[in-house]
Ligand binder design. Structure first.
Ligand SMILES: Nc1nc2c(ncn2[C@@H]2O[C@H](COP(=O)(O)OP(=O)(O)O)[C@@H](O)[C@H]2O)c(=O)[nH]1
Ligand SMILES: [Mg+2]
Length: 1080
């Protein structure tokens, strides 16, 4: 039994016990069991450790005893007079003693003895005379001794039926063994045989043979001679292959072949029709051995720990199977027919690659032993599978009620520069359809194709692209004007089809970065694996040649940009690799090394992020698709193309997914009154609907994510501020957002006037209750409103009551306005200027600031200047400045949203277009954004403060929460690469235009130790970017100062480079690195 697997062993033992029971039926013999008086306590192996051999005294008058058990006594000799005293003895048990040889007294008992058990002793030899005397012996157990050989006399025991010599040191068996023609059971397992003993081939009566655990290295062809063998153990015998003669062992019922390096079974294996149990575990099968499939009587099959990749559907032919072990293979899927094995009681599948279980798997209801862990299950979901077959059955039953892919739906985002042609394209694509399917009951809005309306901002429409297949696109038209940049990212989600629209008439190669490149960067930063296709509009305005050249140029420049980005990332990743190759000790000891002082853990994180960025590139479908919105044929071609992309199983596998009925019910419930009318639902409202749909809380999350990704609603599960909301009413949400981002004074004024016109009937807050205002009043009001509009567009300022006018159609209940304003704050679009934290404003008007509208270049500087003056010691103050730099792309709207996000942390703020001055308590802070200037100077966002050196912790304390807020926002951009540095305070103090950034990209760090080690000073060398790591690491111990390489050997106090305590959210601890592939 070489099988190392306890599970196997268990089964094996069951078999063996059954066999033993069968042959151990003894008649009612008179029995005596003796224990050594005052001998070693306890039993079993412990006794072997007893220092002194105990003495055993035989009682008197035992002449008629037939069975004597002297086992477990630590004996070295049998008691005196044993031979003569027991005239009738048939069975003698001496197991678990310390005999080194067979006691001569045994010979005296010879003529009657039929069973002798000397197992678990220390026999090194069997006395030939004693063996010869045991003429009547039927059963002999010599296992677990140290026998190097067996005497030839053993062959003379003509009545022997069972012989166990397992666990000895036998290298050969005596030839005479072949004379034991009555032998039914032979155990020679776990010896030192080097070949199959040919003597055994003569043993025609043999029914059970165990040769496991010997290095047989093969079996003789004529093993077929063992015609009677029913149970054959060949575990761990280094067989490699089986001879074809093996298949003639027609009586075989159980066969152990585990651990033998087998790769195949002989073709005729199927002849072993009596086989009930077959163990092929721990071999090298790469393919499921087809030769065993015709073995219809098989009840137990073990194929654990092989290299199987699939299971044939013919396995259903093994209709009597009770036990099937397939664990630890490489199986990717199971055949549907496996569910026909309804008798199965044990099914072990763990450690495979199974993602989907066959339909009706729940049919295997008898399975009691079920192991499935360590498989990448998605259908049914892993959690369901782990719970067991009844749960799988319930899940599948539910699934069976859902129509297959009832409503395949895809979110389609139209992106691109202003006037690229998105809106017209949307109208043309969607309307032709509507007309083409007249009277088809299409509920979509229909637009007059001739006159597309002026830009309404972001719009969402539903487009039934293929009515016959029920395929629908939810089209998001993401208005191109810059003013929408702040809100656009909310709509970019994974699993969507991104259509980047380019106006080919105005395109020139030099405009690539602004019209194509930057959009790709943005999408990639937000949704790293997004599928993008490029559509070129205005084809009618281009010559044939021009069209071709422009499309080709776009195609070429995309490839170049991709290559450039990937190479840049690879280079950066290599620097991390090199740094990792040195160990931390070394890296910290040599200040010139890249990532000097950065911990292994942080480096590995960074490496993982680079790896993630490199592995998750945009999937850009080339080539560029040219289209003229004036040409129905071209439009039709584009439609077909988009459809074929959507239908592509590998690009959008989800579209073909069968959805649980409950998910569909959940969706329907969201869009039913009364909740349909609400602007949004709280997560709890949604959870309640989920319960109605039969979705428990844990399953709700995936259902909502699905609805988000398929474009039906917005649900930001990763946003701490927004995850409590489910935005199912997209049209209204977008209407509201558009109000603030249209940036059109006349439109705003129009809305305000419209808002005031209905007023007067009640709400006393703003306008006096008058039935009809006089023309003079009207004018005054208009002027006032105009003033507000100006203030909004210049400074981003609006009072709450004006916001109410703007949102008039959406504000029904009195609390609606408050809820809406809170939402806008949570989205990072505006903050309240004068509302004390957490308290309602009593009476006075609340003013709101929309940072994306701030136009003044610099904030009022008094705050900052006052700060230093008040401290009165600006000359001794040390600068602390954290700089985030964004070499590839800067997330659109990030500065504006960040500006809102920090509001709860600061007071006395003053906002400029690119800078914010404020205080954290009494400590001044500055946040500044510097847009990129060419390739050499990327976009940067920095957070700064100052304090005197002894008080520098106050500056750290001031900026740390701001740093953490920024890190939170940046987590929305999993595909973004950026670095974080701490600028050298000495350089800043000197007013250097290009201060050194720790841990340095143009130089290196040198550390002056407090101890005796003197500082090294070597010329700087270029280092890879990185360094935000320093913020999340503890200050190095025993280091007082760090050298700034910018200005010779100027020393910077370590407190100016490392925070007093590491920041909580590390810039590179993106949880998205291990991206969820839930819906992919
Ligand atoms: N000739 C021509 N004009 C187009 C085409 N596509 C769009 N336009 C016009 O280009 C202008 C801008 O289109 P619009 O859809 O508003 O661009 P958007 O800002 O991307 O939504 C409009 O006047 C459209 O009529 C086209 O394929 N051919
Ligand atoms: Mg438009």
């Amino acid at each position: 039994m070489a099988g190392k697997d306890s599970g196997h062993l268990k089964t094996v033992r069951l078999w063996r016990d059954a066999a033993l029971r069968a042959r151990k039926l003894r008649t009612n013999l008179r029995q005596l069991t003796l224990s050594a008086a005052g001998g070693c306590p306890g039993a079993g192996a412990e006794q072997l450790d007893c220092p002194e051999a105990p003495q055993l005294v035989l009682p008197a008058n035992i002449g008629d005893i037939e069975v004597l058990n002297l086992g477990n006594n630590g004996l070295e000799e049998v008691p005196d007079g044993l031979g003569s005293a027991l005239g009738s003895l048939r069975v003698l048990v001496l197991r678990r003693n310390r005999f080194a040889r067979l006691p001569p007294a045994v010979a005296e008992l010879g003529q009657h003895l039929t069973e002798l058990d000397v197992s678990h002793n220390r026999l090194t030899a069997l006395g030939a005379e004693v063996v010869s005397a045991l003429r009547e012996l039927r059963k002999l157990n010599l296992s677990h001794n140290q026998l190097p050989a067996l005497p030839a006399q053993l062959g003379a025991l003509a009545h022997l039926e069972e012989l166990d010599v397992s666990f000895n040191r036998l290298a050969h068996l005596p030839d005479s063994l072949s004379c034991l023609f009555r032998l039914r059971t032979l155990d020679v397992d776990h010896n030192r045989l080097t070949a199959f003993p040919r003597q055994l081939l003569q043993l025609a009566a043999l029914e059970e043979l165990d040769v496991s655990g010997n290095r047989l290295r093969g079996l003789p062809e004529d093993i077929s001679a063992l015609r009677a063998v029913k149970i054959l153990w060949l575990s761990g015998a280094e067989l490699g292959t089986l001879p074809s003669g093996f298949c003639e062992l027609a009586s075989l019922e159980s066969l152990m072949l585990d651990n033998n390096g087998l790769q195949a079974l002989p073709a005729q294996f199927s002849r072993l029709q009596r086989l009930k149990m077959l163990n092929l575990s721990s071999n090298l099968f790469e393919e499921f051995p087809a030769a065993l499939l015709p073995l219809a009587g098989l009840e137990e099959l073990y194929l654990s720990r092989n290299q199987l990749t699939s299971v044939p559907s013919l396995i259903s032919g093994l209709g009597r199977l009770l036990t099937l072990w397939l664990d630890n293979n490489r199986i990717r899927y199971l055949p549907d027919s496996i569910v026909e094995l309804t008798g199965l009681e044990e099914l072990v599948l763990q450690g495979n690659q199974i993602a989907v279980l066959p339909d009706n798997f729940g049919q295997l209801s008898r399975v009691g032993l079920w192991k499935i862990k360590d498989n990448p299950l998605i259908q049914p979901p892993y959690e369901v599978c782990m719970k067991g077959i009844p749960y799988i059955a319930a899940y599948q039953k539910e699934l069976a009620h859902s129509q297959p892919a009832v409503q395949p739906r895809l979110k389609l985002l139209l992106m691109g520069h202003k006037a690229a042609g998105k809106t017209l394209l949307r109208h043309c694509l969607t309307e032709e359809r509507v007309e083409g399917h007249q009277g088809g009951g299409d509920k979509e809005k229909s637009y007059p194709p001739s006159a597309p309306p002026v830009s309404k901002g972001i719009e969402v429409t539903s487009w039934t692209a293929d009515a016959s297949r029920g395929l629908r696109f939810i089209v998001y038209d993401l208005a191109g004007d810059e003013s929408y940049e702040v809100i656009q990212p909310f709509f970019l989600s994974p699993g969507a089809l991104y259509v980047l629209v380019v106006n080919l008439a105005t395109y020139e190669p030099a405009r690539f970065p602004t019209t194509v490149g930057s959009f790709l960067h943005r999408v990639g930063a937000r949704v790293p694996h997004a599928v993008v296709c490029i559509v070129g509009t205005h084809a009618d305005l281009c010559g044939e040649r021009e069209l071709e050249e422009k499309c080709l140029d776009i195609h070429r420049q995309i490839a170049l940009q991709e290559k450039h980005d990937a190479e840049g990332l690879s280079r950066l990743a290599r620097v991390v690799d090199e740094a990792l190759a040195r160990d931390f000790e070394l890296r910290s000891a040599s200040p010139h090394a890249a990532y000097y002082g950065v911990s292994d853990k942080n480096l590995r994180r960074r490496k993982a992020h680079f790896q993630y960025l490199l592995n998750h590139r945009l999937q850009i479908l080339s080539p560029v698709l040219p289209v003229s919105c004036r040409d129905p044929r071209q439009l039709q071609r584009l439609r077909d193309k988009l459809l074929s992309v959507a239908e592509h199983r590998e690009i959008f596998p989800n579209l073909h997914r069968v959805l649980p009925r409950s998910w569909q019910v959940l969706e329907e419930l969201h869009f039913q009154p009364p909740q349909a009318q609400r602007l949004w639902l709280s997560w709890w409202d949604s959870a309640r609907l989920g319960l109605q749909a039969g979705l428990t809380e844990d399953r709700l999350q995936s259902a909502l994510s699905y609805l988000h990704e398929s474009g039906k609603l917005l649900y930001f599960e990763d946003s701490p501020a927004l995850k409590e909301h489910v935005f199912h009413n997209l049209t209204r949400l977008i209407d509201i957002l558009n109000v603030f981002f249209q940036r059109d004074p006349s439109l705003l004024l129009h809305k305000l006037l419209l808002g005031t016109s209905g007023e007067g009937e009640g709400e006393g807050e703003s306008a006096p209750a008058m039935a009809t205002p006089t023309p003079g009043q009207e004018l005054l009001r208009a002027t006032q409103l105009h003033h507000y509009v100006e203030g909004f567009l210049l400074h981003g300022l609006l009072p709450a009551h004006v916001i109410r006018l703007l949102l008039k159609p959406h504000v029904q209940a009195p609390q609606d306005l408050q809820l809406l304003l809170e939402l806008l704050e949570k989205m990072g679009l505006c903050y309240c200027l004068n509302k004390p934290k957490g308290k309602p404003l009593n009476g006075s008007t609340a003013w709101y600031k929309f940072p994306c509208y701030v136009q003044n270049e610099v904030p009022h500087a008094e705050a900052w200047i006052n700060g230093t003056n008040l401290a009165g010691q600006s000359f001794v103050a040390e600068q602390l400045q954290i700089e985030y730099s964004f070499p590839f792309t800067f997330p659109p709207g990030l500065f504006a949203r960040y500006s809102v996000q920090i509001n709860s942390h600061v007071v006395h703020r003053s906002d400029g277009k690119l800078q914010i001055f404020a205080y954290r308590g009494k400590v001044p802070v500055v946040v500044s954004y510097r847009p990129a200037k060419g390739v050499l100077q990327p976009d940067t966002l920095s957070i700064a403060s100052h304090a005197s050196l002894p008080n520098i912790w106050t500056a750290w304390q001031a900026i740390t929460p701001l740093v953490e807020e920024l890190n939170v926002l940046l987590q929305e951009w999993p595909g973004l690469h950026y670095t974080v540095h701490i600028l050298c305070s000495k350089c800043l103090k000197r007013g250097s235009p290009n201060p050194h950034a720790f841990p340095g990209h143009h130089g290196c760090l040198l550390v002056v130790y407090n101890g005796p080690k003197s500082s090294l000073d070597l010329p700087g060398m270029r280092l890879g970017r990185g360094g935000g790591e320093l913020l999340s690491q503890p200050r190095p111990e025993g280091v007082a100062e760090i050298i700034c390489p910018k200005n010779g050997s100027e020393r910077v106090n370590v407190a100016l480079v490392y925070p007093p305590t590491p920041t909580v959210i590390s810039p590179c601890s993106k949880k998205n690195v291990g991206e969820k592939h839930r819906n992919q």
